[in-house]
Write a protein that binds this ligand. Structure first.
Ligand code: PEP
Ligand code: MN
Length: 333
């Protein structure tokens, strides 16, 4: 809209957009108001909208994802859940075991990772396992253990939700709903997480393109939930020296294409504990807004993902090294 467009003109255009079968989203900037017209693309819309009163110009958003696009929103999104803030100047750390194993385990680990600088606690209560015979998680009991760890430490709880019908229950305990790589294109789950209004950590599918990843985020945003973090967790390639291949170019690429914060998961991204610290350093150098890391007191005996899990001592070393990288990038950690 023109800089001097009146409230009536803005409202009129929003109604006009609605009458065309599109959804208007009014974005008030410091100098100007922008109205996004969201919906299915069709030819001729620019010509229909351009002569509207108070309209300065009509620009198409070229990206297939609209609400996730930096063409629509230039200022960066910061996702907040308790003390966990992702997308600001400070690089955030989310740490904890792959699976919640017992109350004692999760409370202990929560205390340790908090003391070392984490603001988020991860831990799966619902586990997506390749084999149906592997440990599937403690489910609601695991969520209660996470809630106890939060009560003890104040850490924000990040935990996976696997099914749309579980969203209300998981949302009762969690601060951030994690959508796993295997569920990135479970559209009903994405919509249910969108409807919950809870911060979401969306993991990239192991075979998903970046456009597919951002369109998955679009499903959550489109339900009116703006609190979305994108998580690069590694993709499947021909390479087998690591469990997955961790493509860190996605971090600056996503930052260019989208305003959403980017989290990197060097644990799943490599599958090897030895590679977690170097790839954490690299992720921060590439501009990651947060890291999500698997930490366990006794990785060898972890019920899941032990090979890629680091000890609290190694996590302390990781924090010390990553802090120096963050500072070199004019950021804090
Ligand atoms: C996890 O975080 O433990 C997990 C299962 O991750 P992903 O969905 O990325 O495999
Ligand atoms: Mn895991």
């Amino acid at each position: 809209m023109k800089a001097d467009a009146t409230t009536e003109q803005i409202e009129h255009m929003a109604q006009h957009i609605t009458s065309l079968g599109l959804t208007p989203q009014v974005i008030h900037g410091t100098h100007q108001t922008v109205i996004a017209a969201i919906g299915e693309e069709r030819p001729g819309l620019t010509e229909v909208l351009e002569p509207g009163p108070g309209v300065e110009k009509v620009l198409p958003i070229m990206a297939p994802y609209k609400r996730a696009s930096s063409e629509l929103k230039r200022e960066r999104t910061v996702v907040k859940a308790r003390g966990l803030e992702v997308g600001g100047n400070r690089v955030a750390l989310i740490a904890g075991p792959c699976s919640v194993e017992s109350e004692e385990q999760i409370v202990n680990l929560a205390r340790k990772v908090k003391a070392l600088g984490a603001t988020g606690l991860r831990g799966g209560a619902f586990k997506p396992r390749t084999s149906p015979y592997s440990f599937q998680g403690h489910k609601e009991l695991g969520l209660k253990m996470l809630a106890t760890a939060r009560a003890e430490t104040g850490l924000a709880i990040v935990t996976e939700v696997m099914a749309p019908e579980h969203v209300p229950m998981v949302a009762e305990y969690a601060d951030v709903l994690q959508i796993g790589a295997r569920n990135m294109q479970n559209y009903q789950l994405l919509q249910a997480v969108g409807d919950s209004g809870k911060p979401a950590l969306l993991k990239r599918g192991m075979s998903a393109s970046i456009d597919e990843f951002l369109l998955a985020a679009e499903y959550i945003l489109d339900r009116g939930n703006p609190h979305v973090m994108l998580c690069e967790r590694g993709i499947r390639t021909y390479e087998d020296h690591t469990r997955f291949t961790l493509p860190l170019a996605t971090v600056p690429y996503l930052h260019d294409k989208s305003h959403l914060p980017v989290v990197v998961d060097p644990s799943h991204g490599t599958g090897k504990a030895k590679l977690v610290i170097p790839m954490s350093r690299a992720a921060i150098a590439a501009g990651a807004d947060a890291l999500i890391l698997e930490v366990h007191d006794d990785p060898e005996h972890a019920v899941s993902d032990g090979a890629q899990t680091i000890t609290p001592a190694a996590f302390g070393e990781l924090v010390a090294q990553c802090r120096r990288i963050a500072e070199a990038m004019d950021r804090a950690l």
